[in-house]
Ligand binder design. Sequence first.
Ligand code: NAD
Length: 496
Amino acid sequence: MSAVNEALIRDVVAEVLGRLGGPATPPKPSPAAAPPAPAAPAVSAPAGRNGKHHFGVFSDADSACAAAQDAFEQLSEAGVAGRSRVTEIIKTLCEANAAEWGRIELEETKIGRLDHKIEKLKGQRGIPGVEFLHPYGLSGDHGITLEEYAPFGVIGAVTPSTHSIPTAACNIISMVAAGNAVVFNAHPSAAKCAVTAIRVFNEAIRRELGIENLACIIEQPTLESFNALTKNEHVKVLCVTGGPGVVKAAMASGKRAICAGPGNPPVLVDGTSCLDNAAKCTVFGAAYDNNLLCIGEKEVFVLEPFFDKFMAALEKHGCFRLNAAQVERLTKEVFTFPPGQGAGCGHAVLNRNFVGKDPEVLARVAGVNIPPGTQMLIAETDADHLFVLEEQMMPFLPIVRVKSVQEGIAAAKKAERGYKHSAIIHSHDVSHMTAMGKALETTIFIKNGSCLAGLGSGGEGYPNFCIATTTGEGICNPRTFTRVRRCVMVDKLRIF
Ligand code: NAD
């Protein structure tokens, strides 16, 4: 039976039951309803305001926000068990559809790598849920007080082209775990795949909980729909994941904005730790999804005496080294220069046609053939090279020779550009680690691992594809999407 027919039949059954005096609203799920149950009994939500089921997909922001507000109210009725059930549905569907959704996202965006797109969807399993929300209790002579993490209501969210479905999925998990509904304005070049996933999420949520439109999306996102989202009365908070433009727009909107902004993560290699491990970790992180990760290593500073050995280790781990002429050719293609200015000009703009492309594509531009399976291109550059200072998001890693740790830290700080996003050091010297940590003040600072260790892959901690760097909330989790409310009982209920 097709999904449409199934839904249609459920609606008819629900309507007949309603006429016979059956339950008008879906039953509240029991708190024990945690494990996935794909063949759950049909629970039918009423169709939308115009009698049509949207399954979260809307042509305009205002209709999406109104539907999300309805869904938010229904979610409140469904309790913590309902929220928990939704997060489980999202995780299960991401796992089950990882191969297909990875494929359609790559097909639509044409950036990144299929194996990593699939992994990013499977990785949704680790995103924290309702268990993350512990109320803060106080007890004293004047009674007891509880500070609770309460939902905002409807959140307006913007997702990047670099991880469209993964960001939408982890946003839904974090936001719904905290009791919210969400409306997405996805990146126009990655919206179709997000719409597909949102529809599937909503079909399953409606089937199992009777709630529709908990996660909504504008089918054809535009700057106008973004503006409408920011102005809608139901939208209480914005959550944007993207580059400087969208962060600026969200912060200027007048609404509170949680901003997961750009990064340009530097690496410092001081030679006191294992150089082979440093190279292996750097290749793993920087080549991941063709360097689309905002946490991905984007430039490396190596102390002079260890430079050659480190370059050889990078080559051993699958990198191909370009010479100066090849770097020059690549730079001229992947950056757009104002008339009359060459490489090294500070006003050059990244040519987005090369973002997230395979190493072979960049190698062709550089004028060289590379062996199959090459993970990434590397080359020695100076510290002021465009590839060092710009967040290039492609599998070419500039490696810079520095004379001292102090010089390396200063260069890393300049390259990080005050984004306060992520930084990495390979070192066994705690004073070097401390100095770099203090100087760069990044949200994530990794010692002796790949950037992915900062999101729980190879390091301790939970993952998320939304790292609120600009506004300081850090790696998003359900608590990020809550407001703290205090409940005070005066002089009573303290039991001793
Ligand atoms: P982008 O800034 O081009 O687009 C991001 C989103 O913002 C898209 O949905 C886009 O349509 C929208 N947008 C862009 N400019 C806008 C404006 N002026 N008004 C309204 N909406 C606007 O970024 P991208 O190329 O899709 O993603 C890569 C960027 O995102 C990188 O800078 C990367 O570091 C950053 N990023 C950050 C995180 C994080 O957690 N901090 C995660 C992923 C990506």
